[in-house]
Structure formats: C-alpha cells, structure tokens
Design a binder for this molecule. Structure first.
Ligand code: UTP
Length: 309
C-alpha cells in the first residue's frame, strides 16, 4: 500500500531552547525567514505526502495558524501589489492538506504518534519530527519510502554520531543488507534498539534521527508500551518490539534502517539551529552575497576577539 500521509509531532516542550520557547513553539522559530516546521511540511509535500497531520498542544496554536490562510495580510499585500511577499505568505497554506490533533500532555514521542492513529487508519505512514530539518538537496525521505515499498514493515532513519553523543539518541543494533545499484544510502536490518543508553552500554554509534516510515501495527504496539526512558512513551521501545518480533517470526513485518549521510539540523538544539540559519542563509541567492563576505571578515578578524561572554 503506498504511503500518502505524514504525521508531524510538534507537541514537545522545547526545554532546550528556553526561554525562547516559553510562549513561542520551537517549531515556529525562524530558520532564515520561514518557521522551521514549514521546511518539514514542504519536505513531506515534495515526496507526494500531501495529507499532513500536525500533532500539537494547547500552547502551539501558532503552528496551526501558520498553515491557514491569513486574509488580512494577504489583502494588505494585494493592495500594495507586493506579489513576491504575497506568494511567500500563500505558499505555507497551499503546501499540503494540513490537519491537526492535540496531544493533551507531553507523554512522549510514542504517545504523540499514537494520537495520529484514527487519522492514519490501517496504512503505512511517514513521521517527520517538526524540529528536525533535512536539507532539501538530500533525498532521505524519498529513499526511505523506496525501502519501505521494497521490504514492507517499518523504516527508520539512522545517522552515525560521535560516540560521546549516543546517550542523546535512540541507538540501533543492525545487520547489513546487501546494497543495490540504485541505493543512495546504506540499508540495514534493525536487530535491536535502545533509547538514550549510557555511552559505555551503547551497542553502536548509529543514532535514530527524526524520520520514520511506520507500519500501522505500530499503533497496537504503542498502546501496550509502558512509559520508558524519562517516564515517556517511547517510539524506540515500540519499534524494538516490532524488530524483536520480526527476528522470531519471518512472517512479521520487519524494521529496516537507512543510514543517512547528508545534511541534517536539529533545530531544537541551539548550536545546530544557529548552524542551520547561517548555512542556509549563506547559500541563499538573496542573502548569501551580503552575509558570507561579512562572515569571512568576522572570522578573519579573529571572531569573538573581546573574549566569550
Ligand atoms: P524532543 O525531545 O526533541 O522534543 O522530541 P522536546 O521534548 O520538545 O524538546 P526538549 O528536549 O524539551 O528541548 C522530539 C519530537 O517529538 C515531539 C517534539 O515536539 C519533537 O518534535 N514530541 C515530544 C511530542 O510531540 N510530544 C511529546 O510528548 C514529546
């Protein structure tokens, strides 16, 4: 069954980015001149997933509003004849058919995904984390959909991270899958998963990043998954159950991983957020020619010369 729906969990508290995220959802922080989540919805739309479900919360109304029409702004721009800005403002409301559901309290990513069960129904679906940006030049999601069409079951995105960072992620035990001539990234079979292990106990440095293509069986597993790490219902634990099931029963839906080697920015992390803004702005035709020479000058002059504050 082809994947047509994307679920974007965006109901987390964003504590790493406080106080900016006290009243503004972290997914609405601007990456250059668009909120981070707009890049994510655009990514889903680009691979044909035009049915998008946002999982939000009471304090995240701004996200829902962003994907709606804003008649007053549009009318003002029309009056001024500002076609460029008008097109930019309208773009967000025409990217996809955007729906939303509320997670009543932040009980974890697994719980947020479970909130999408009735919208998704009995079909495979994609999950894109609302604060995780994949550079549009790197076709990760497209590749994951191809892998899901080939093997069925679920597919997760993995990335090699420095060993000392594994305790920030879900970490995978994998088995190599022979690669085909058209594979853009290495594919692996998932044998086991553990959420945020201590560095010394991590089975590898392959970390789960924010893209998933999930079989609908995950909902039934999530309903039975008790709170795990941090007292939250973890998607990693549910995927572990699916992977262990597949190891015992060859008929059960497998879990594969795509080992991504492209550009990714975790905009919920302050340093990664700043890297994303600087890099994407430097690479933009309308901003780069002014910004990049300034950046070169700043670095050549010794950067924070007066010392770090
Ligand atoms: P994170 O752990 O990165 O988000 O969750 P967070 O909890 O908002 O961030 P910090 O650590 O406090 O700074 C990954 C994704 O899962 C969503 C988040 O919005 C983010 O997109 N999420 C997490 C939910 O939707 N609901 C939850 O209960 C937890």
């Amino acid at each position: 069954m082809p994947v047509t729906k994307a679920v974007i969990p965006a109901a987390g508290l964003g504590t790493r980015f406080l106080p900016a995220t006290k009243a503004v959802p972290k997914e609405m922080l601007p990456v250059v001149d668009r909120p981070a989540i707009e890049y994510v919805v655009e990514e889903a739309s680009r691979v044909g997933l035009r049915d998008v479900l946002l999982v939000t919360s009471r304090s995240k109304k701004a996200i829902e509003d962003h994907f709606d029409r804003e008649a007053e702004i549009e009318a003002a721009l029309e009056r001024k004849g500002d076609e460029t800005r008008l097109a930019r403002v309208r773009a967000s409301s025409s990217l996809a058919e955007v729906h939303s559901v509320r997670q009543s309290s932040p009980r974890g990513l697994g719980h947020a995904i479970l909130c999408a069960a009735s919208h998704v129904g009995n079909e495979p679906f994609a999950v894109l984390l609302g604060d995780d940006l994949i550079d549009e030049r790197d076709p990760l999601l497209e590749e994951m959909l191809t892998v899901q069409a080939r093997f069925g079951g679920s597919v997760i995105a993995l990335m090699e991270v420095p060993r000392e960072q594994v305790s920030l992620y879900g970490v995978a035990t994998v088995e190599a899958v022979p690669s085909g001539p058209d594979d853009r990234y290495p594919i692996v079979k998932i044998r086991d998963l553990v959420e945020k292990p201590p560095v010394a106990e991590a089975p590898s440095n392959l970390a789960i990043i924010g893209r998933y293509v999930l079989a609908p069986e995950v909902f039934e597993v999530l309903r039975q998954t008790p709170p795990g790490r941090g007292g939250e219902i973890q998607i990693t634990d549910a995927l572990r159950t699916l992977a262990l099931r597949a190891a015992e029963d060859p008929q059960a839906a497998p879990v594969h991983g795509v080992v991504f080697t492209g550009r990714r920015y975790d905009t919920g992390d302050r340093v990664d957020y700043l890297k994303a803004v600087i890099r994407l702005a430097c690479e933009r035709a309308d901003l780069g020619p002014e910004l990049y020479p300034w950046l070169e000058e700043y670095v050549a002059a010794g950067g924070p010369k007066e010392g770090l504050s």
